[in-house]
Unconditional design. Structure first.
Ligand code: FAD
Length: 453
């Protein structure tokens, strides 16, 4: 039998790759991990973590504005120091990079810095060195996609938003997905004048229709200028340094920064997949079976490079399935049906399970329960922000198959409900659960009257 340098060679030190490498090594496997940038990948460096930190920063603006209703006298308008926030964020991310490094080193994973490329089904090259492995895991993630537009050299993608210099007083966000909406909310909260351009009639494709409309209303109410059915024809830089976007309808928008948050594509270019014979899909994603095996039996792929649900916890879960199958004792499949997720706009979205439209297609008859109200906090805060909640129940089984919320801490609230939904909770179970009073979350267990129709 051929002797390999490693049992597992992982390409990519992001969410999926780090988890797979560490867990495989803990099973006693000889593991190497190649990373061309910082450990932690998208989530730690330019995704979930810095984004959430900046979302907290933006939230203080609301808190300062609302404090007067609770008796606090804040004499001056509070000043925001962008440089300070960037430095503090960079320090925390560096700390996390170090935590990842020591976790991997502690598990005896061999770390290799550099760009990895396939040589064949069992061999990877990093710079001028070749490494052989019994199994290879592709965990190279994704990267921003920007459509062709004249003046493209003037725009930025989400990776650049955390270190902009100077702070963009006027920000134009192009796109209507969750990253576009989150960035719009964050920079609006931090004091920028924000316009969001979406080429279709709604934001957040794939989310429940009521949620999409409700959030759009809240974002507009918070001061974001949302423009639908609009595309940019050309971007130019003016003599004063400002950018100018010419819109298809003849209007123009000036901005200091133009962010294109127009989707992400799998990171497979330059990986040498052809050399190993790994099949890819139409958008370059690695094609895998239900056990994350590619068209080449020794090669697996997890996370954004191959998955349909591009989320950190999904990448982690897929990595665990691969490791358990290769080095543990269990061979299982993931069920993606009730993956909960949040959008850290202001207010947040939390969602789990089916949208109303998808539930009607899948289950036929459904009951819809929904509620919209002003949260207790805002009775004194002076804020006009409202909260929205919706339950979708399969009539035949009484099972709650969709749960959606737009409101403060929606992500925190929905996580717990996701456990109940995975366990098959019915509407009767929700109804017999005692609420926690006074909270917004109790509304989910007290909605009694389905919507007519
Ligand atoms: C702005 C933004 C916000 C997000 N917010 C959230 C959120 O709130 N919640 C959530 O769950 N998800 C969020 N995500 C998505 C989340 O970051 C990804 O789903 C997750 O990071 C995917 O993990 P991964 O392991 O597949 O890839 P990544 O984390 O992207 O890691 C891939 C790694 O591979 C390295 N690499 C690539 N090619 C090579 C090569 N040839 N050789 C060596 N190294 C290579 C890259 O440098 C990178 O470090 C967000 C993403 C973005 C962009």
């Amino acid at each position: 039998m051929r002797a390999f340098d490693f049992d597992l060679f992982v390409i990519g030190g992001g969410s999926g790759g780090v988890r797979a490498a560490r867990m495989a090594a803990q099973h006693g496997a000889r593991v190497a991990l190649a990373e061309c940038a910082e450990l932690g990948g998208t989530c730690v460096n330019v995704g979930c973590i810095p984004k959430k930190l900046y979302s907290y920063a933006a939230g203080y603006a609301e808190s300062f504005a609302e404090a007067a209703g609770y008796g606090w006298k804040i004499p001056e308008p509070p000043a925001f120091d962008w440089q300070q926030l960037k430095e503090n964020r960079a320090r925390e991310i560096k700390r996390l990079n170090g935590v990842y490094r020591s976790m991997l080193e502690g598990a005896r994973v061999q770390l290799i810095q550099g760009w990895a490329q396939f040589v064949d089904a069992h061999t990877v090259r990093v710079d001028d060195k070749e490494f052989s492995a019994k199994h290879i895991l592709i965990a190279t993630g994704g990267m921003p996609f920007v459509p062709e537009v004249a003046g493209r050299e003037h725009i930025v993608v989400s990776d650049a938003m955390f270190d902009l210099d100077p702070f963009p007083r006027r920000l134009l966000v192009v796109g209507g997905g969750y990253i576009a909406c989150e960035m719009a909310s964050i920079f609006n909260g931090l004091g920028a004048e924000v316009t969001l351009l979406q080429r279709t009639a709604h934001i957040l494709n794939g989310f429940d229709e009521d949620v999409r409309q409700f959030l759009a209303k809240e974002m507009s109410g918070a001061g974001i200028d949302l423009r639908f059915n609009t595309v940019i024809d050309m971007i130019t830089r003016q003599d004063d340094g400002r950018l100018c976007a010419m819109l298809s309808r003849g209007q123009r928008i000036e901005a200091d920064t133009i962010l294109y948050a127009t989707g992400r594509v799998p990171n497979t270019a330059g990986l040498g997949l052809e050399a190993a014979g790994v099949a890819t899909g139409p958008n370059g994603s690695v094609v895998v079976d239900a056990h994350y095996r590619t068209s080449v039996p020794s090669i697996f792929a997890v996370g954004d490079v191959s998955t349909q649900q591009q989320l950190t916890p999904v990448a982690l879960a897929e990595a665990m399935v691969v490791v358990d199958a290769l080095f543990g004792k269990s061979r299982r499949k993931l069920d993606y049906q009730f993956t909960p997720t949040a959008v850290f706009t202001h207010p947040n979205i939390g969602t789990c399970g089916y949208t109303e439209a998808a539930a009607r297609m899948k289950f036929g008859k459904v009951h819809i329960f929904s509620s919209e109200f002003r949260a207790l906090r805002h009775t004194l805060s002076g804020s006009h922000e409202r909260t929205f909640m919706k339950l979708i129940v399969d009539q035949a089984s009484d099972r709650v198959v969709g749960l959606h919320m737009v409101g403060a801490d929606a992500g925190e609230i929905v996580q717990g409900f996701a456990v109940a939904m995975r366990a098959g909770a019915t509407k009767a179970d929700f109804d017999s659960t005692i609420g926690i009073h006074p909270t917004a979350a109790e509304e989910f267990v007290t909605m009694r009257e389905p919507m007519p129709g």
